[in-house]
Write a protein that binds this ligand. Structure first.
Ligand code: FCB
Length: 459
């Protein structure tokens, strides 16, 4: 057992999923349409024309999935709640059947001795709200707080850990400027407005969760560790822009109560000329948190890039400000992402250095890898690359703890192979294989490894 990294007593091991990626049952029990239904059903946007209509059919098979979690030995399970199951149009009547589903799931988890960790928004915005402007408009943040209050009133007594938003960077920038996520918009100002309204929605949701008296409240960010492609001043400037766009846009207001001082250099008049910020917003966004959720997968090597887009309104799109380049000498996963676990330690240590005592305890709310799994005739998968990825990243995480970062938990992404957004079902991140033709679940070697690693923590 000595090759397993060891963690401090009380450290929480978990597994994570998200509603649209696993639930299916897209038209059942009163669920309304989300922007991901619209996006995935638009020809040409998702690989193979895949959609989340059926996904892993978790909506019906959740008892089997909870049994897999129990056997794995995790202390916590992170799932997300589909807003359009609860408020089908995003505003107006609440759908009791949607609440009932999550209530059954939570009871099943508690009966298995697993603590539920609920994410309120993992990207499935009700289409009705997008039709009224989506995250570009402040009203969406207000509706988010109302939905949060409804969910917290029903589940708050049984769910100890709450995450307001998952990776708002993806919602704002992939969704409204790069167009690679729903709603597929390619805008400049719209994306910056979306980022701000997501922050406001977070602040309002924190308040709603506090009012409901829940135990722990946090947010999950996909913080990126950027490395300059060369030592040139231009590449180092590109790193500052990338850091602003990926990280500081969230961490500065949330942890420090200010907007990034590099924002003007990064966005010019798109940010200076904005009118979506209001007095009092920073106080709202800067509410104290019990933890910060960090999702980490890979470092990003950035090189300076000229504006390739003639339309200045599109200047916030990541590919107009810098280019991601390959990282030499390391393995890349099936996503093409470099595997460099030491950058995981580096990110966390830097974050602690940057924010000091303003950094709340950290939970790693996602980490894992997509690999080109080959299933044997019986469906088994010897995913040695994924096992190494997990072992090396957990070792790197332990190093961050040793360096003084207060990390309390780790959730592997993902329990199941699932709908990987624009990549459809082509990319498999699960530690359990899903045979989509039969919906059979087959634990991979990485599942067995993670199970032994968790068991090895017991004194
Ligand atoms: C993160 C998402 C998650 C999953 C992983 C691979 O950005 O939060 O839903 O797609 O990446």
């Amino acid at each position: 057992m000595s090759d397993f990294p060891r963690f401090p007593p009380g450290f929480v091991f978990g597994a994570a999923t998200a509603s649209y990626q696993i639930e299916g049952a897209a038209y059942e029990d009163g669920r309304g349409p989300s922007i991901w239904d619209t996006y995935s059903h638009t020809p040409g946007l998702v690989a193979n024309g895949d959609t989340g209509d059926v996904a892993c059919d978790h909506y019906h098979r959740y008892p089997e999935d909870v049994a897999l979690l129990k056997d794995l030995g995790v202390g916590s399970y992170r799932f997300s709640i589909a807003w359009p199951r609860i408020v089908p149009d995003g505003t107006g009547p609440v759908n009791p059947k949607g609440l009932d589903f999550y209530s059954r799931l939570v009871d099943e988890l508690l009966a298995a001795g697993i603590e539920p960790a609920a994410t309120l928004y993992h990207w499935d915005l009700p289409q009705g709200l997008e039709d009224r402007g989506g995250w570009r408009v402040r009203e969406t943040a207000e509706r988010f707080a109302e939905y949060t209050a409804v969910v917290a009133a029903r589940l708050g007594d049984r769910v100890p850990r709450w995450i307001t938003l998952n990776e708002p960077w993806c919602s704002a920038f992939l969704g409204y400027s790069v167009g690679r996520h729903a709603p597929g918009a390619r805008e400049g100002r719209g994306a910056l407005a979306a980022a701000h309204h997501l922050l406001v929605g977070h602040g309002l949701a924190v308040q709603a969760l506090r009012d409901a008296g829940v135990r722990e409240v946090g947010i999950t960010l996909n913080l990126d560790h950027h490395l300059p492609a060369t030592g040139s001043a231009a590449d180092r400037d590109a790193v500052v822009r990338a850091d602003t766009l990926h990280n500081l846009v969230w961490t500065e207001p949330i942890l420090a109560g200010r907007y990034p001082d590099t924002e003007e250099d990064t966005w010019g008049e798109l940010i200076t000329g904005q009118d979506f910020r209001r007095d009092g917003d920073l106080e709202l966004i800067h509410r104290p948190l019990d933890f910060l959720g960090v999702n980490y997968y890979r470092p990003i090597v950035v090189a300076d890039a000229p504006y390739r887009e003639s339309d200045p309104a599109r200047r916030v799109a990541t590919d107009n400000r810098y280019a991601e380049t390959a990282m030499p000498g390391v393995r890349h996963t099936a996503m093409g992402w470099p595997v460099a676990p030491e950058t995981f330690t580096g990110l966390l240590v830097d974050l602690k250095e940057q924010y000091g005592d303003a950094l709340p305890p950290v939970h790693i709310t996602e980490n894992g890898s997509a690999e080109d799994d080959e299933a044997g005739p019986d469906g088994t998968v010897h995913d040695t690359d994924r096992v190494s990825y997990l072992r090396d990243h957990l070792t790197a995480l332990r190093a961050a703890i040793d360096a003084g970062v207060d990390v309390r938990g780790y959730y592997v992404w993902s329990l199941l192979d699932n709908f990987e957004w624009a990549f459809g079902y082509d990319k498999r991140f699960g530690i359990v294989r899903v045979d989509y033709a039969t919906q059979r679940r087959i634990p991979k070697d990485s599942y067995h490894w993670y199970r032994r690693m968790i068991a090895a923590q017991r004194p």
